[in-house]
Design a protein around this ligand. Sequence first.
Ligand code: PLP
Length: 406
Amino acid sequence: VFTAANVAAAPEDPLFGLMKAYREDPSDKKVDLGIGAYRDNNAKPWILPVVKKADDAIHNDPSLNHEYLSIGGLADFTSAAQKLIVGADSPAIREKRICSLQTISGTGAVHLGGLFLSKFHPQKPSIYLSNPTWANHKQIFTNVGLKLADYPYFSPTTKGLDFDGMLQALQAAPTGSVILLHACAHNPTGVDPTQDQWKQIASVMREHNHFPFFDTAYQGFASGDLVRDSWAIRYFVEQGFELCVAQSFAKNFGLYGERTGAFHFVSAPGADASVANANIASQLAILQRSEISNPPAYGARIASKVLNDPALFAQWEEDLRTMSGRIQEMRRGLRERLIAKGTPGNWDHITSQIGMFSFTGLNEKQVMTLRSKWHVYMTKNGRISMAGLNTNNIDYFAEAIDSVVR
Ligand code: PLP
């Protein structure tokens, strides 16, 4: 029988524990490099000007109400989200072999994809995750009953991609394995394959009939260019892969708490592709119904307004360049300062990595000293959120790193 008293306490989420420790630290020098959310140069959350504009327009629109959206979500949003990720001229759209549902941000999209595969994949496959990966991947896929496997990704020596290790693991994985790929701005390492490496990854995956499951949480946020940040997904679609995409609008719109995202399933080209895709859409809708009934309207309305209005879209691209540009400046600034101090080690990875996060190479002991002595908060694996750096704390942070590395 079920006895509530027998339920043991769950371990604290490490990231949220870190945030709590930061909040409780009374030091006025403290620096938060933990949380994966954009901060402006004053370390404050930033409402994108384009989001503010769209929000005002929605607020004053008398035609809107609080009725349910459909099970698949706001159609103007999902169709625009689809074009954004695969390209408006994608063969998948032309041939009606992509279906899209609005989800509870990227997490909900990853979950829906995992649930779908665990129900409909005939072999109950393992899902291959990069080592390391976003910690939540493991929980989400475990919760839906998929087995986990991993492929090497990060080389501690070069602090770049372990490309050979990755390819070898993909070659050794059983035929038809599901491979989770970060489309850009890999979390937690900030290390992405080059376009040439993506081509080789695609070639090995094709040879072994693997199924790509793309997670894209940073489109436009990594390079500032929406097309460039979706290159890998578009390339795999062009190559005729059957694949799925979990898309988050948390970071690139700053809509974190509004839980705005989409799940897309692209069927392989072929005479019956559009029928097969419609069947998949119908099954996804049933899963969605049982889990959340209908997705939330507010964030999707904002994103939809921006995505479907050319002037707002152009302003959004400007806002994306503001965020990604500031982060790139912090990367350059940090590397320059460490070099100027003669801090032992090579710091090129700070600028060759991309996106919100950087795997600094600092070890757990150094991380803990940074926390206790310098009031600098980052995860134990040495990951920093670049967005937490600004012109007011970058000198202090460089000094702190210098002191713990020596
Ligand atoms: N996937 C990756 C790799 C992420 O880094 C994140 C956010 O940190 C997400 C998915 C999903 O985030 P959200 O559910 O807030 O959209």
